[in-house]
Design a protein around this ligand. Structure first.
Ligand SMILES: [Ca+2]
Ligand SMILES: [Ca+2]
Ligand SMILES: [Ca+2]
Length: 273
């Protein structure tokens, strides 16, 4: 009599595992103090030391990007190449967008105004630079074995949004086959506020791509929005677990598939006549 309920329970467990199972860390408020403990909780869950080593690696468990070390030559008004943080500074991520590129905000003293030209809308979590896609609210993050073109996955991703004033910012995770495994909206922080949103896999899920939606508006250039009405949102620090190589199929399995393919082409062996 127990078999059917047990089977149902097993099926339910399988279904929830297929949806992905992530621990969420989130907070929002007027300034850095409001989100630091959520950021620190995410850091602790991922692991790693307290100060970054070479290429932003925290003991091989975590990497972070705060944009602040991007050189002036790749900052506003110049675009930052989408592969900067895999080629120039090998942290194992590359960015793409349906827009026209990526902008890292200017430091004071550069010819472009700081904070993308919106000093009453934005602030930094880590001074001085912020990050945005240009002409789009979408940033896709793909993972690589740092410094190579070898596809990788991660187990955790988090970031800081700036100026989330409506339900207008979110992250979506996809596995290495492109299946959606997680989505979560960022908390609202009010004008010029900061929102932290991070999620850590707790059942072995691997993230092959992260899609970040930052606001309903876009930045088209310093001081210029896509439209005068919708909520504009930009980004500061990215944090993620060390990208690891996607495992190759086992050699024996490949060998078996090769033999099977040969058998299908030739048909079963019928002797030597
Ligand atoms: Ca920064
Ligand atoms: Ca605002
Ligand atoms: Ca806003």
């Amino acid at each position: 009599m127990l078999r059917l309920p047990m089977l149902a329970a097993v099926l339910l467990l399988s279904a929830s595992a297929a949806q992905g199972s992530f621990v969420v860390f989130e907070a929002a408020g007027a300034g850095a103090a409001a989100i630091t403990s959520a950021r620190d909780g995410f850091r602790t869950a991922v692991g790693g030391g307290t100060s970054a080593g070479a290429n932003g690696s925290f003991g091989g468990q975590r990497r972070e990007i705060n944009w602040d070390g991007v050189p002036d030559t790749f900052a506003d008004s110049a675009l930052m190449p989408g592969n900067f943080f895999n080629n120039s500074s090998p942290r194992g991520v590359e960015f793409s967008t349906p827009g026209t590129g990526f902008l890292v905000s200017a430091n004071s003293g550069q010819s472009s105004p700081v904070l993308f030209g919106f000093p009453t809308e934005f602030q930094t979590f880590s001074a001085q630079r912020l990050f945005t896609a240009v002409g789009s609210n979408i940033t896709d993050v793909s993972f690589f074995l740092p410094g190579t073109s070898v596809a990788a996955t991660t187990s955790a991703f988090g970031l800081i949004f700036v100026d989330v004033e409506t339900i207008s910012a979110k992250v979506e995770f996809f596995d290495q086959d492109g299946a959606a495994i997680f989505t979560h909206d960022a908390l609202q922080a009010g004008n010029q506020g900061l929102s932290f949103l991070g999620a850590v896999a707790n059942a072995g899920e691997r993230i092959g791509r992260v899609r970040i939606t930052a606001g309903l508006n876009t930045i088209t250039s310093n001081g210029t929005l896509g439209n005068p009405n919708d909520d504009v949102v930009v980004m500061d620090d990215f944090l993620y677990a060390e990208p690891l190589q996607v495992p190759e199929p086992p050699v024996l399995l490949l060998l078996g598939l090769g033999l099977l393919a040969g058998w299908v082409r030739r048909g079963p062996r019928r002797g030597l006549t």
